[in-house]
Structures are given as structure tokens and as C-alpha cells.
Design a protein around this ligand. Structure first.
Ligand SMILES: Nc1ncnc2c1ncn2[C@@H]1O[C@H](COP(=O)(O)OP(=O)(O)O)[C@@H](O)[C@H]1O
Ligand SMILES: [Mg+2]
Length: 384
């Protein structure tokens, strides 16, 4: 299942979002355009749905409360609203629709509350809050049904899907020095600190199958790499990855992950995540620390690994190189453009100038990335 459509209102620096989404979706835009905020919208839904330590109040509190999350440009409209549509593919009929409105009490404790919560299954509405019970006992509206096992049984698939969504912004140093730093692991491990533990927890068979796929992919990106394997310290039992490189020096031997380059480590982490689940994967700027040759391979790699499983991937990026593959469709790229009343989000295939450039043989990167340079005054005119 994938998110096929997103509708949102007053979410951080967006006044309004209304876009279709594909299996592989790239989010581009200048600095502070809201790429991370866009991804955070899905993390927010995941944080509500989470079975452990989840819920609306916590998800909002972790983000500084309604005043931080609601768009500063919202002014008179006090409501934050999010609606996602879920389906098997972008072109098949919707399976689910989930819509949530959030407001904050005008006085007293100023608690956030659910202004509405609605669910449709196969086009038929199966939830419509506030209902009679909510009206009798308004405190019920401080929780969504999505977060309550006892209340979401008629739409459990949505809760499961959101719970399994993963956000990854892998920081190689944290992974490499996990033993030394022994730091607190951030909730849900977005920085990949316990990545090796995750690899260790899978069964031998699954692990071997995944590492083989990653090894094949890595050989394209890191030509000297010959083999990749999982091991454990004989004394401490700590999990490790090892790679065998071919060098001019014979018997150069196996290297452990603390000797891998940042790019190799990040790539292994990204690829593993792609293979790990079948729910939404949110990747933050995967191009960081990869050289441009490898970055150019990234989009086709995602498509190749997605083929059997269709794990949806939403990728924020700054990189023109990441979008040079000819196979990237204009529908797969969302352009964020900051405007005075909030950031505007468009699917680039809807921009006529971009369409003509694509038809003339330009890559999406060439056609779109110049528009993310903020000093270019023609950028706004293009969107008219
Ligand atoms: N509630 C809000 N209303 C308006 N703007 C916001 C809100 N919360 C954050 N922002 C703005 O969003 C911008 C940061 O967006 P971010 O997603 O980090 O950008 P990017 O990842 O594209 O660099 C900042 O300029 C910040 O001021
Ligand atoms: Mg960002």
C-alpha cells in the first residue's frame, strides 16, 4: 500500500498542500522551503499511530505544541488539517482515506483536540467524529481513534501502515562510533545509531539475502568492493559489517564498518531500509556524503529494489545529480517554492515550462533544480 494523495492545511510553513504521490517521490526546493517539514507530516501521523508511546498529545508535545506546528501564516483559521489517501498503486481505486482536524482549546489548559476525524474504506465512510459520545464527553476528543487499539479496529490497516513508516537521516559517524559514544539513542532511531543491531536481529536467511542484494548494488557504486558480510566480535558478540575490497595490494583483507567511507555506510543503510519493510520510507537528503557518480545511481537503484516490493519512498533532496536519470518522471518530483503566504507545492509535470524542457530531452534535474535557487527572480514568474 502507498499514500496516493496528500491534502493538508496550515501545517508549518505550508498553508495548503494538495498533491498526488507516486511510489518514488522526490521533494526539491531551496533551503528552508519546507522539505523536512513535508516529511515530518508523515512522521507526525506515524507518531500518533505508534503503538508504544504514541498518541496525538505526545506527537504535538514533541513538536512544541499546536502553536509551533500550525502555520504562522494561518492567522484567522485555527485548524490544522491532514488527509491521506491510501491505495495499492497511484492508478488503482483508493482503498482508504483518513482525515484529521486539530485545534487547541481557546481557554483553560489549552489542550489540543480533535476537531474532526473521518475514515473512508472503499469510498464508504466508516468513521465520523465528533460522534454522540464525543459530544457527551468532550475529553474523548483529546485522543484520536487512530491511536487507540480498542477504537481503530474498523481501520486497523491504516494504523499498521503508519506505525511501520520509517524516517531515516543516517549519520555515519553515529553508527561508526556507536560503541565509543554510547549515546542515548533518539526515539525511533532516525540517525541509524542501532542500525547494526537491526541487521543482527533479522534471521540468518533474510540477512544473507538482503546483504547479497546490497552487495550487488554496491559493486556498481564502489567498484573495488567485492564482498559484504555480517559478523560478530568473538569476545563481545557485537554485530559488525565487513567488506572485502580488491586493491592493488594482494590480501588487503576485510575491513570493518568503522573503516568504510561515509558514503558506503550511508548507502548500505539506505539500501537496507529499502529492503526492510513494505510501508512508507522517508529519506532525508540521501546524497549527503555520496559522490556525484553514486548519487546519479541512486534513483534507478531505488526503482530496481522497489520492483518486487513497492515500498513507497519519499526523498528530500538538494542534488541535481540525484535527478539526472532519464527515467524520472515529472510526476515523481514535487517542487517547493516559498512565497509570502507560505510554501507552495507543485508536481513539476504540471508546470508547462518544465514539461517542454522534459519533452526537449532535459533531465528532471536540469529542468527543475535551477528553480530551487532562491536568488533567481524568474523562479516565481514561472509558477504563474
Ligand atoms: N509553524 C510554522 N509556520 C510557518 N513557518 C514555519 C513553521 N514551522 C517551521 N517553519 C519554517 O519552516 C522552515 C524550515 O523548513 P525545513 O523543512 O527545515 O526546510 P528544508 O528542509 O527545505 O531546508 C523555516 O524557515 C521555519 O521558519
Ligand atoms: Mg531539511
Amino acid at each position: 500500500m502507498i499514500v496516493t494523495h496528500l491534502l493538508a492545511k496550515n501545517w508549518r510553513n505550508f498553508r495548503h498542500i494538495d498533491v498526488a504521490l507516486r511510489e518514488r517521490q522526490f521533494i526539491v526546493g531551496p533551503n528552508a522551503a519546507g522539505k523536512s517539514n513535508f516529511l515530518d507530516l508523515f512522521r507526525f501521523l506515524r507518531d500518533i499511530a505508534k503503538s508504544e508511546g504514541g498518541g496525538l498529545q505526545k506527537a504535538l508535545k514533541d513538536r512544541g505544541g499546536v502553536p509551533k506546528v500550525r502555520s504562522l501564516a494561518a492567522r484567522k483559521d485555527p485548524e490544522i488539517a491532514i488527509q491521506i489517501t491510501l491505495g495499492d498503486t497511484p492508478s488503482t481505486p483508493a482503498l482508504w482515506r483518513y482525515a484529521l482536524g486539530i485545534k487547541q482549546e481557546a481557554r483553560g489548559l489549552r489542550l489540543p483536540f480533535v476537531s474532526y476525524e473521518r475514515v473512508w474504506r472503499d469510498g464508504e465512510q466508516v468513521l465520523d467524529r465528533p460522534d454522540g459520545e464525543d459530544n457527551k464527553d468532550p475529553a474523548r476528543l483529546t485522543q484520536t481513534f487512530l491511536e487507540q487499539i480498542g477504537a481503530n479496529s474498523s481501520f486497523r490497516d491504516i494504523a499498521r501502515f503508519l506505525q511501520a513508516a520509517t524516517y531515516l537521516h543516517l549519520v555515519p559517524q553515529l553508527l561508526r562510533f556507536a560503541d565509543v559514544i554510547q549515546g542515548r539513542i533518539v526515539e525511533d532511531d532516525p540517525f541509524g545509531q542501532s542500525f547494526l543491531e537491526r541487521i543482527a536481529r533479522t534471521t540468518d536467511k533474510t540477512r544473507r539475502a538482503r546483504l547479497r542484494i546490497i552487495e550487488e548494488a554496491l559493486k556498481v557504486a564502489v567498484p573495488q568492493l567485492q564482498q559484504l558480510q555480517f559478523t560478530r566480535d568473538s569476545d563481545t558478540g557485537r554485530p559488525h559489517l565487513q567488506a572485502l575490497y580488491s586493491h592493488w595490494r594482494p590480501n588487503a583483507g576485510w575491513q570493518q564498518e568503522d573503516q568504510f567511507s561515509d558514503g558506503t555506510l550511508r548507502l548500505i543503510g539506505l539500501l537496507w531500509s529499502l529492503l526492510e519493510g513494505d510501508s512508507l520510507l522517508l529519506l532525508e537528503e540521501p546524497e549527503l556524503s555520496l559522490n556525484s557518480g553514486i548519487v546519479a545511481q541512486f534513483a534507478p537503484l531505488v526503482a530496481r529494489l522497489q520492483r518486487p516490493r513497492k515500498r513507497q519512498v519519499i526523498v528530500s533532496t538538494h542534488s541535481e545529480a540525484l535527478l539526472t536519470e532519464r527515467g524520472i518522471d515529472g510526476k515523481e518530483v514535487l517542487l517547493l517554492t516559498p512565497e509570502t503566504e507560505g510554501t507552495r507545492v507543485v508536481v513539476v509535470s504540471e508546470l508547462s515550462e518544465v514539461r517542454s524542457l522534459l519533452e526537449a530531452g532535459f533531465t528532471v534535474g536540469e529542468a527543475v533544480l535551477p528553480k530551487t535557487r532562491p536568488t533567481n527572480p524568474t523562479q516565481l514568474a514561472l509558477l504563474d
